[in-house]
Design a protein around this ligand. Structure first.
Ligand SMILES: NC(=O)c1ccc[n+]([C@@H]2O[C@H](COP(=O)([O-])OP(=O)(O)OC[C@H]3O[C@@H](n4cnc5c(N)ncnc54)[C@H](OP(=O)(O)O)[C@@H]3O)[C@@H](O)[C@H]2O)c1
Length: 330
């Protein structure tokens, strides 16, 4: 089997980007120690940026996006993997400038590859994907900064998105009352089904940008959107509480002041899921397969094949996705 199917993004003569499912050859894949037959991938916001020509994510086209992949090892030049091992790859350069999980095969360095934990199937792993890993990293950072059940409500912004929906479910399962912020008026039931105890309209978080401080409300927060919403969250944290910052859908810049930090001792915690050591990723996957295992994953996923991806990419860029898009590589 030297041919396989992949979604390839390419640039047209007019500078616009299109995505098409094409046949590729194994020998077109980059060098690497481990060849993997991908069974499942998933759609993340970053994949949509890569698929539509964002040079901050992907420099060269044609390119196969897909920062997530789960499948079986086919060939390995690294002693720790043998053909048939079921593995997960997320982040590092996968899907950025290395052909990614929107192809039936990937070839990657062994240092990017994790054996799937026993408690998590390949499909479940990709329902979680980078979004689930990131949500777990956010919750882990909040706990390390002192968040405990009983401290009060925890806020999640961009709550219907991939990272947001899993953060809502995880925090609720861990016993926190969760306040879910969304711009989607019709998704309140989706969020309460995931465990949110309160749903807040996004517009509420967009007011008060000019105020030095806001009412102390949140025992912690997961912010997936950035921009001025992030700083409004900082200004409404309880004394000593923390917000884990991981996303930018509302913007990369925000107006800030030192006041919440020096008057309330709050913390702004950065979260990166891409370049962290493999051992840290593995510890999060272990948690997600055991004590943080989420039973309701099927309620937040819809599954597509490569042919269905372009429509999903357009929807995530428009801020219209809810939950997770699983990609079945057949
Ligand atoms: N740091 C990391 O390692 C890491 C890892 C994964 C993801 N991320 C980042 O985290 C963010 C979320 O990723 P994702 O894959 O979960 O994307 P997603 O599924 O598109 O979720 C983003 C959500 O943000 C909200 N949103 C969209 N446009 C907005 C706007 N203009 N203002 C305010 N809210 C808006 C929407 O939720 P509502 O409609 O419910 O408000 C949307 O569903 C992205 O910026 C992504 O790049 C970072």
């Amino acid at each position: 089997m030297s041919k396989f199917k992949a979604l390839v993004a390419s640039e047209g003569a007019d500078g616009s980007f299109v995505q098409a499912v094409v046949e590729r050859q194994l020998d077109e894949l980059p060098a690497g120690e481990v060849l993997i037959r991908v069974r499942y991938s998933s759609l993340n916001y970053k994949d949509a940026l890569s698929a539509t020509g964002n040079r901050g994510v992907t420099r060269q086209y044609p390119h196969t996006p897909g920062i997530d992949a789960a499948g079986e090892v086919v060939e390995s030049a690294a002693g720790e993997f043998v053909p048939g091992d079921e593995v997960i790859v997320t982040g590092y350069d996968l899907g950025m400038n290395t052909a990614g999980g929107f192809g039936q095969y990937i070839r990657v360095p062994a240092a990017w590859v994790i054996k799937r934990p026993h408690g998590l199937g390949l499909r479940e792993a990709m329902v979680l994907g980078t979004a689930g890993l990131t949500a777990a990293l956010c919750v882990d950072k909040l706990e390390r900064a002192g968040l405990q059940p009983g401290a009060g409500p925890v806020l999640v912004t961009g709550a219907t998105g991939g990272v947001g929906s899993i953060a809502v479910a995880l925090l609720a399962q861990l016993g926190h009352p969760v306040a879910a912020v969304t711009g989607k008026a019709d998704k309140a039931a989706f969020l309460t089904d995931l465990g949110a105890s309160q749903v807040i309209e996004r517009a509420v978080l967009q007011t008060g940008v000019d105020k030095p401080l806001l009412k102390e409300q949140w025992a912690g927060a997961v912010d997936t959107v950035g921009g001025d919403i992030l700083f409004n969250v900082v200004k409404s944290l309880q004394r000593g509480a923390s917000v884990a910052c991981c996303g930018l859908t509302a913007g990369v810049g925000f107006q800030a002041s030192v006041l919440p930090f020096i008057l309330r001792g709050v913390n702004l915690l950065g979260v990166d899921s891409v370049e962290i050591p493999l051992v840290v990723k593995a510890s999060m996957w272990d948690k997600l397969s055991l004590q943080w295992k989420l039973p309701m994953l099927d309620s937040l996923v819809h599954e597509v094949t490569l042919d269905g991806l372009p429509a999903e990419i357009a929807a995530i860029l428009a801020g219209q996705q809810s939950g997770r898009v699983l990609v079945n590589l057949e």
